[in-house]
Design a protein around this ligand. Structure first.
Ligand code: E4P
Length: 218
């Protein structure tokens, strides 16, 4: 499963990129607004920080012609860019157009397998299925992920199922169990993936024993 970082914060991208485990970055208008920097400048810096990674940058228009104009502008910035498009009627039409032109897309704000079906049929590269926002309102966000993975596999769609709106490591565990292709998460969740109390206590004991014996390397 690919790991994407969900952020518009360049320092966070650089920190995670140094670990060598992230395959891309997802941004959205909220995250870019929080970054305090310009959209193009931020996205290009993220592309540079994650060489070869898939970097999602979202259109903000909601009418087809304006969306197309924005999408072509964003896609022209860098070959690593994936144009993020909301799952609305002109958005699905836009994904068809961009697919025909060989431009990769990430269809966002997907909550159901029927929405995912439309995205897959339009040729979406990634289908961003939001789980945390569903769990926040007492639903089971991962249910649509499981259904969408099954659909993609059963019918041979090329789209990758991207688990988004990840709130904690259990979402990552469930995404793995569901066979999702990608999970995107904030840096706080990515950091939590390292953590286990037995790792900390085990390391402490190794180092205490080593130091008590007065050993050195080399
Ligand atoms: C996905 O690409 C979105 O940017 C993101 O995962 C949304 O997460 P949120 O529900 O925590 O805002």
């Amino acid at each position: 499963m690919k790991l994407f970082l969900d952020t518009g914060d360049l320092a966070e991208v650089r920190e995670a990129a140094a670990w060598g485990v992230i395959d891309g970055v997802t941004t959205n208008p909220t995250l870019i607004a929080k970054s305090g920097r310009g959209f193009k400048e931020t996205v290009l810096a993220i592309c540079e920080a994650v060489p070869g990674g898939a970097i999602s940058a979202e259109v903000v228009a909601t009418e087809y012609d304006a969306m197309l104009k924005e999408a072509l502008e964003i896609a022209s910035w860098h070959p690593q860019i994936v144009v993020k498009v909301p799952l609305i009627e002109p958005g699905v039409r836009l994904v068809n157009t961009l697919t025909e032109r060989g431009i990769r897309t990430n269809v966002t704000l997907v909550f159901t397998v029927t929405q995912a079906l439309l995205a897959a049929k339009a040729g979406a590269t990634y289908i961003s299925n939001f789980v945390g926002r569903v769990d926040d309102v007492s639903g089971d966000g991962m249910e649509a992920v499981r259904e969408t993975v099954a659909m993609v596999e059963e019918y041979g769609f090329e789209s990758e199922v991207l688990v988004a709106s990840v709130r904690h490591p259990k979402h990552v565990v469930d995404a793995l169990a569901a066979g999702a292709h990608v999970s995107t998460m904030p840096l706080s969740v990515l950091r939590q993936l390292f953590k286990h109390p037995l790792t900390d206590s085990g390391l402490k004991r190794f180092l205490d024993d080593w130091n008590a014996a007065g050993l050195t390397i080399g």
